[in-house]
Structure formats: C-alpha cells, structure tokens
Design a protein around this ligand. Structure first.
Ligand code: CAA
Length: 381
C-alpha cells in the first residue's frame, strides 16, 4: 500500500496542525477543567470545511478522501481530543451516513448545513440497556399518519447538548428484531424531545455527552433515512467509518504523549544526566514510536480501502482496536516518564491519559472490535 501522501493531503494536514496549535491549544486546558464545549472553535472548524470533509461539494462538503480526514483528525486530536471527537462524529457518523443513505430531501435539509458547519449533528444509537448489545433497541417509533411518534431514551450521546440534528435509531417493528429498527432524523426543538444532564466525564471533558429523551415526539415520515427496517444495518455500516475516525483520534493522543515524553526526557536531569540517557527511558520511547507507526499503518490501510470502495470493516475494527490500546499505553508511559509531574495538571500528559481511555470504549468497545474481527476471519475461511 502506498502511503506517499499527495501535496493536497499534506496541505490538509498542515492546515489542521496550524489551526490546532493556533486556535485550539490556547483554551484547551481551561475548557478541560471547566468541561466547556468549544462553540467558537467548532464554528471555525466548519468554516475551514473540517466538519464535512468527505461530503461532496454538491452537498456543502469539502469533497476530500478518507486519508485527508485521518490526517486532519490526528492533528486536531493531538492538540485536543475533545475537539477531535466532535469533529469525528459530525463527519463520519452523521454527514457520511446521510450522504450515503439519505433521501434528496434529507440531504438538502440536514446534510448541507451540517457539512458546511452551520449546524452540528449527533448519532443516537446507545441506550441504557443497549450499549455493546446494540440490537436491543427499546426506543420505539410508531407510525401515525405522516409522522413517526418516538418514545424512549438514548444515552452517551456525543454532542448531545450542542447538536441541532440527531440521527436516531428506533424500533418501527418490534416483531422483526434488529430488522425492525429504522433511522430517523430528529431536530432539536421538536416537541417531546429532551436532553438529559451533561455527563461529568473522566476525559474528553470539553466535548459534551448526554442522554436524550423522546416522549411522544412526532417527526415527519420523510425524515426516515434509507428504508424502514434498515436502521441497524445503517448504524453498523456507518460505525465502520466512524471507527477509522476514532482510531485517528487515538493516534493523535498517542503522538501528543510521545512528543511530551520525548521533550521532557531530554530536559529532565537525574543522577547527573538527562533521563533520556537512561536505557529504561529510551526503551519506553522506542516502544511508543513503534506502536504509533503500527497504528498509523493499520489506520491508513483501512482509510485507503474505504477510499478505493473496497470492504474495510475488519481493517477499521483492527485500526480502532490497536490505536486505542496504544493510545492508553503511550499516555501511561508519558505519565511514567514525567514521574510526579505527570500526575498534575501543570503538564498535559495527565489529560492525555484521561482522554485516551474513551477510545477503547466508544464506537464499539475493544471487545466488540475483537468480535467483529474474529467473525470476519471465520467468515473468510
Ligand atoms: N459492518 C456492517 N454490518 C455489520 C457489522 C459491521 N461491522 N457488524 C454487524 N453487522 C450486521 C450483520 O451483518 C447483521 O446484518 P443482517 O442481520 O442484516 O445480516 C447485523 O449487523 C446483526 O449482526 P449480528 O447478527 O452479528 O448481531 P450481534 O448482536 O451478534 O452483534 C454487534 C452485533 C456487532 C455486537 C453490534 O451490536 C455492535 O457493533 N455493537 C457495538 C455498538 C457500537 O459500536 N456502539 C457505539 C455507539 S455510537 C458512539 O459511540 C458514537 C459516539 O457518540 C462517539
């Protein structure tokens, strides 16, 4: 596989890096402490075309490939993983889903403003009793004339408090199990739609996460995405692409951890020399660097397969499984290299550690990724 990036792809990476360092970094510590959503930054991301990166220009997007998206996601997440997840959900779960499966009406009304960054999206699959076991959807959407009437609760929804439009999975036919689940776009402000409290999270604190409630919430039938009963397949297909986004976010955190550890090791003195002179530290740095390269290889491979229109769900699961694992490991090593300084807010590595953990949980836990990979392997033989 050829990973010689084009000039255009490198330009996207550089634009993302400059934006992240210049516009995101200055407020990242404060936003983390105060769990403050980065509204101004999200607006500017939209203006840069970073909220609809892979959407075609016809629908207000930047028309870029997945490789460019991965490069940008890494640079943004390297500076602030909270901004990374906001961007990832809007791009890969919401906009990509609506472009692939939405009607012309849905594309015009919902996709265009979200791809332009004028509105923000969220993806609502998880429920209190349907996390990893996502087929067990309890939220219902009953037909009533020209409307679906939604009832139920969603939780752990990224952008839950800030999104304008929600891509919601709900059961339209209980008899048909997961083939009775449908996808419906719900607008914030629809009567019967509510948002629960903002979760007080360990990491990615500047992103917002909340539950959603639907109480006799009436939504026009024309807000149905794809076909009735295709909602679970929609969610699975779209999460494959989402997993590339989260793998990229994890790589960003791992790279930030490595950079911080390397810098600190070269400055910090102990026992008469810089700690970077000690093999114990050198081996950690070497391990981190190898892991980051391996994670990138897996993630760019998945992205390249997606761009080539080939099957990529197993590779996306591998990329997410591995990148999230090494993000946690690299962040832990960075804290260890910093010693006591790694445990306090003065240095950023404690945030990298807190931010890294979620990458092993959302958009399919590591255990779910292993299930997806193993099933694909068994099917191939
Ligand atoms: N790609 C495409 N289709 C897939 C798929 C994949 N990776 N994984 C499963 N499917 C399809 C199957 O082909 C099957 O389709 P048909 O019935 O139409 O043939 C259907 O899904 C059901 O699959 P299984 O029979 O294998 O069902 P299962 O219950 O044994 O396993 C599961 C399903 C893979 C565990 C699935 O429930 C799953 O992926 N769970 C994790 C859910 C998840 O990732 N949640 C993340 C929440 S969103 C989020 O985190 C966003 C955010 O805000 C950051």
């Amino acid at each position: 596989m050829n990973f010689n990036f084009t000039d255009d792809q490198l330009m996207i990476k550089e634009t993302a890096r400059e934006f992240a360092v210049g516009e995101i970094a200055p407020s990242s510590v404060e936003r983390d402490i105060n769990a403050q959503f980065p509204s101004d930054i999200v607006k500017k991301l939209g203006e840069l075309g970073f909220l609809g990166m892979m959407v075609s220009p016809e629908y207000g997007g930047a028309g870029l490939d997945t490789i460019s998206y991965v490069l940008a996601m890494i640079e943004i997440s390297k500076v602030d993983a909270s901004v990374g997840v906001i961007m990832s959900v809007n791009n890969s779960l919401v906009c990509h889903g609506l472009e692939e499966y939405g009607s012309d009406y849905i594309k015009e009304k919902y996709l265009v403003p979200m791809a332009k960054g004028e509105k923000l999206g969220a993806f609502a699959l998880s429920e209190p009793e349907a996390g990893s076991d996502a087929t067990k959807q309890k939220t219902t959407a009953d037909k009533d004339g020209e409307f679906f009437v939604l009832n139920g609760i969603k939780n752990w929804i990224t952008n839950g408090h800030s999104a304008d439009y929600f891509v919601v999975m709900a059961t339209t036919d209980k008899e048909k199990g997961h083939h009775g689940i449908s996808t419906i776009v719900v607008e914030n402000g629809t009567p019967g739609f509510g948002r629960g409290k903002k979760e007080d999270k360990l990491g990615i604190r500047s992103s917002d996460t909340s539950s959603l409630t639907f109480e006799s919430c009436k939504v026009p039938v024309k807000n149905l995405v794809w076909e009735e009963g295709k909602g679970f397949n929609f969610a699975m297909n779209i999460l494959n692409g989402g997993r590339i986004g989260i793998a990229s976010q994890a790589i960003g955190i791992a790279e930030a951890s490595f950079d911080a550890a390397l810098k600190y090791a070269k400055q910090r003195k102990a026992f008469g020399s810089h700690i970077s002179d000690f093999q114990a530290i050198q081996f950690k740095l070497a391990d981190m660097a190898v892991k980051i390269e391996a994670a990138k290889a897996l993630t760019f491979r998945a992205a390249a397969l997606k761009d080539a229109g080939k099957k990529y769900f197993k590779e996306a699961a591998m990329a997410k499984l591995y990148s999230s694992k090494i993000a946690v490991e690299c962040a832990l090593d960075a804290v260890q290299i910093h010693g006591g300084y790694g445990y306090v807010r003065e240095y950023l590595v404690e945030r990298y550690l807190r931010d890294s953990k979620i990458t092993e949980i959302y958009e399919g836990t590591s255990e779910i990724q292993k299930m997806v990979i193993a099933r694909a392997l068994l099917d191939e033989k």
